[in-house]
Design a protein around this ligand. Sequence first.
Ligand SMILES: Cc1ncc(C[n+]2csc(CCOP(=O)(O)OP(=O)(O)O)c2C)c(N)n1
Ligand SMILES: [Mg+2]
Length: 688
Amino acid sequence: MSDAGVLAGAAIATPADASVSGTARLETMYRDLWRVRRFEERAMELFASGAIKGTAHSCVGQEAIAVGACAALRADDYIVSHHRGHGHCIAKGADTTRMMAELLGRETGYGRGLGGSMHIAALDRGVLGANGIVGAGLGIGAGAGLSARIRGTDQVCVAFFGDGASNEGIFHESMNLAALWKLPLIFLCENNRYGLSLGVGEASANPRLSARAAAYGMPGETIDGNDALAVEASVARAVARARKGDGPSLIEALTYRWGDHSMRTNLPRYRPEEEERRAREIDDPIVRLGAVLEQRQVSPSRLDALREEADREIVEAITTSEAAAEPTFDILADAVAVAHATPPEPAVAAERRLSYVEAIREAMDQELARDSRVMLMGEDVGRIGGLFACTVGLQEKHGRDRVRDTPISENVLVNAAVGAALTGLRPIVEVQFFDFITHMMDGLVNQAAKLRFMLGGGKASIPMVVRGPQGGGIRLGAQHSQSLETWFAHVPGLVVLAPSSPFDAKGLLTAAIRDDNPVVFIEHKLLYTLGRQPVPEEPYAIPIGKAAIRREGGDVTIVATMAMVEAAMTAARALAREGIEAEVIDPRTIRPLDTETIVASVRKTHHCVVAHEGWKTHGFGAEVAAMVMEEAFDYLDAPVERVGMAGIPMPYNANLEKQAMPSAAEIVAAARRACDLLIAVRKYRRTD
Ligand SMILES: Cc1ncc(C[n+]2csc(CCOP(=O)(O)OP(=O)(O)O)c2C)c(N)n1
Ligand SMILES: [Mg+2]
């Protein structure tokens, strides 16, 4: 179907009887349409003058969808928006002065000038954020719906998205998840007939986007998105269904964006001029609602007054915002992460012994019991208790609502966790193998790690944990054996924990669940098979960012992580037989790294080896080596040695896998190299 045919050929649902709406209410909608339009028009002027920088996406022409949809919502309902989000925010009650201040990069803006146009959120109004990543809001919306269900409220969420977003994988994952779990979510597609320059007919095999609802067993309809009352009626029907617990709906609202894709873009023409002209002259959503009001005997002067009221508000918003201060650099650090709690280091002595797997399970069990906001979801975590048995019995004990088996949909799961965390839950997501985290990258890196910073400039918190096994040793080959901790340690906003013992696994996972930041919690498959070790029965948290000294020694510092800690201890015993006393440090937290403990040790020993299972180059060892050089160069008697995996994927063959993984022998060799001068001097003294 051609783009022009999308509107012409649409089976457009007729709105419910709009006369049920009182005239005063329609006047408010009319004024809101103008508030949105004036906001966009003024923003465009400010962009042209250079006062607004970067970019912004105008929704002029599409105002009826935002205003109509939000008219069908309660104040405590949620919306999730996208890059073209100003209208949604205004319609849901956001303050236009704080919005304008954000566009102008001011400290008084919704994101304190750290987010910009694409990241406005008004959490107190249920606006869970616009988003710069196409489609991401659908997963976040699913999480908000899930959270409402688990908290037992009848709140609903409207997720606005464009026609272009409907071809993202997360659209399908979110539709399936929401339908499967009957989430109170309304998928509201703003089909403005183009995704950037590409027409719907060129991007979608079936350009009737509402038809996709049938595939997921939910109602879907195509409506006239330029008729605010039609939008309100359609959304109201979907809301009623969602509140009753009957699940999601898909609404495809046909509309047209009058301007360019963004204020910044200056693309060659890709739309017929006649098409653009018709939208402006024949299908202006404001003119259309104005005509309804005129039919109801509302005078033209009253309509003028409503428009002028909107005008004044936006002019004042600009005047106030322009006078506001710019943010200063010192607010940035606190905006990245919430300060971690500092529980006392727990005592290790305990009679009872648990395996690493049992310790992980106990931490989740105790936190699920302690805090009703905690929930767990993942593939096979419920009925069978997880592929590695880390969640056995938790569903039976804590119920199917809070311990959920999920479809194989990593992308939506992590985004849903973000949405749930933003709306009052503390979700834990199990990733079956850490290699599959590639499907979660957007949710972790662009959403979880960024939203506190961008949405509210440090006011929001995203308390969630993504946990699962990584590493080699059980011959699962190159796509099930990687060590990927540095991917996440590289990203400000994420916490990365890597326990090496049952005691640490329980204490660090408890800390992770209680922490207000997104935590990547990495387990190691080989540690799953460790023997039982002492683990206290009562709940306890280990301070985040605090390393453990596993063995004291004065000659060489060995910094080792996860399964390499055991190898480092073996190496230390071998070195001791040669007269070299190694101090073994297990950082436990990869980010934030306890640099103090490492540096203090190196200043004492003057030699340093870093051992980790991930690839040697561009890895954790490189980071520690650089940090030691920066902080303790004058104390070093030799270059820092790195032990890590060679630059190869993990081989399947058992012997080759063993050879590929770093070993205690390699740590010994590295320590000998680091200490060669010391060894020579001692030898000399002995022979002297
Ligand atoms: C994942 C991702 N891919 C691409 C982009 C670049 N981009 C921003 S908006 C946009 C077009 C989106 O089209 P649509 O969903 O129809 O929304 P519209 O702009 O028409 O409102 C693109 C390609 C992005 N921001 N995120
Ligand atoms: Mg579009």
